[in-house]
Design a protein around this ligand. Structure first.
Ligand SMILES: Nc1nc2c(ncn2[C@@H]2O[C@H](COP(=O)(O)OP(=O)(O)OP(=O)(O)O)[C@@H](O)[C@H]2O)c(=O)[nH]1
Length: 473
């Protein structure tokens, strides 16, 4: 483990500790409140209130923070931020109750719906999150209905609607970012991209498209402009990870909200419509990104399964032929191809049963694999027949490897499921070419197979080099 990784792990563990987690939670709440209060207009709710969603998200990601101490310190953080910025105790108290009720509802509902599977790993998570955000927003809205007449001389219904919508916008924008945030030690490529493809300059185009469409929305304006970034956000969703998509969606939404709030005349119902409209766009790209992510994972698993031999776990015939041909085409020095066939394998099946035969195949594949380097290729072509491609070795070295494989299998018995042990031997046909370029793997396998045939005819349990008149041992 590198020094950087050690540092990342230790930081992660500090804020996951029993005391560290509640303290971190309270600090995040305090900082989130200050940012919200400083950016909020006089006598109105802030456009972007980070504290509540950050608190709910942190509690979901770091269970150690959910303790009586965590709740107590966070309550003090909410109160302190309001009192320090000039609110009276009554106002600070009501605002804190509204915040805490929203956080508690969001946290509880999401935890229940997701059954503890925190994080946006499947498309359903986005729906569960939207429901949890709506519940949290409604809980805050209830306090808002009471608080609006008391604090802002407003109506009860408008208080409920305005607080609910504002809170919903904050939760649905911020929570996906926190819940999909990768662990500190995650690899950079996995954090950014939504596929196995490497990051290239073309990977930046969706961000550029998003920037252009956000600018276009401001320049052209009008009621349709909030939908301008949608195509670019969907493009981001099919390109980037859920985390990056959630982050870009939040940034685009916040940008749209702030720009439009300033250009519109102050009107509560217009503001409600704008906040709701902008943030109802959020779930779409995130859901698409999570669909892409789970499809890509499934595809990788399917590809891996399709390439493996179900019994021994080594490459199957098709995968071996594909990869061997690639290696041959790329080879610039000598390459060896071996055909391996177990001796009298039918007898093993007939005497000890088919499952014993299977156990022998698994054991033999494991023993062969241990004689090879990671750059060598081993495949099971079918039945009790294996093939190997070994690049960058001289003919002498290749004969030595073949002999080592033969001895590794022949020198110790193989244990069977019936607790008996039996000796197993194999015959190997080897072909060596100076340069693989231009040759087909099928052609080399035919040559190796005819050498194998000679090894069988000469008495089995031996290696025969193609072109050589006699077995090499
Ligand atoms: N247990 C098991 N047996 C298999 C599998 N695939 C093929 N076989 C058996 O492998 C045996 C191959 O026998 P043969 O081709 O006659 O070869 P052999 O008995 O090894 O004789 P030589 O190759 O001449 O030494 C057959 O009995 C097949 O049924 C498998 O996946 N599992």
């Amino acid at each position: 483990m590198s020094e950087d990784q050690k540092n990342e792990r230790s930081i992660w563990h500090v804020y996951q500790g029993k005391l560290g987690a509640p303290l971190t939670l309270a600090v995040l709440v305090f900082v989130g409140c200050l940012l919200g209060i400083l950016s909020r207009p006089e006598n109105h709710l802030a456009s972007l209130w980070l504290a509540n969603a950050t608190m709910a998200g942190f509690m979901l990601r770091v269970p150690a923070s959910v303790s009586p101490l965590g709740w107590l310190l966070s309550t003090l953080a909410f109160l302190a931020a309001d009192l320090l910025t000039g609110s009276g105790l009554f106002k600070a108290g009501i605002l804190t109750v509204a915040n805490l009720m929203g956080v508690a509802a969001t946290y509880t509902v999401y935890k229940r719906l997701s059954k503890g599977a925190i994080g946006i790993r499947q498309p359903m998570s986005v729906l569960q999150l939207a429901i949890a955000c709506a519940c949290g927003a409604a809980a805050s809205g209830l306090v808002g209905a009471v608080a609006n007449p008391l604090l802002f001389d407003g109506g009860v219904l408008i208080g409920f609607i305005f607080w609910s919508v504002t809170e919903f916008a904050n939760y649905i924008g911020i929570l996906p970012v926190i819940l999909s945030m990768p662990e500190p030690a995650a690899r950079a490529r996995r954090i950014v991209i939504n596929s196995a493809a490497p990051i290239r300059w073309r990977g930046m185009l969706p961000v550029f498209g998003l920037f252009v469409s956000c600018m276009g929305a401001i320049v052209i304006g009008g009621p349709g402009a909030i939908a301008f970034p949608v195509p670019a956000l969907l493009w981001c969703a099919v390109t980037y990870s859920v985390f990056v998509t959630a982050l870009l969606t939040l940034m685009a939404s916040a940008w749209m909200l702030i720009s439009f709030s300033h250009s519109l005349p102050y009107d509560e119902s217009l503001l409600i419509s704008l906040r709701l409209g902008v943030f109802l766009i959020v779930p779409g790209p995130i859901m698409l990104s999570s669909v892409m992510q789970s499809n890509n994972k499934l595809l990788v698993t399917l590809k891996q399964m399709a390439a493996r031999d179900g019994l021994t776990g080594v490459s199957n015939r098709l995968d071996f032929l594909d990869r061997a041909q690639e290696q041959l085409n790329a080879a610039s020095s000598s390459v060896g191809v071996m055909m391996i066939d177990l001796d009298h394998f039918k007898e093993i099946n007939d005497t000890h049963g088919h499952s014993a035969g299977d156990a022998v195949l698994i054991a033999v594949a494991g023993r062969i694999q241990r004689c090879l380097r990671s750059s060598d290729l081993l495949g099971r072509l079918g039945g009790e027949e294996f093939a190997i491609l070994i690049p960058d070795r001289s003919a002498e070295e290749l004969i030595a490897v073949a002999e080592r494989i033969r001895h590794t299998v022949a020198d110790s018995t193989v244990g069977l499921p019936n607790h008996r042990s039996i000796p197993v031997t194999m015959s190997i046909g080897l072909v060596v070419v100076e340069n693989g370029n231009g040759l087909s793997i099928e052609r080399l396998l035919i040559e190796a197979d005819s050498a194998l045939y000679r090894a069988k005819s000469a008495g089995r349990n031996r290696v025969v080099l193609s072109g050589a008149p006699e077995p090499v041992n």
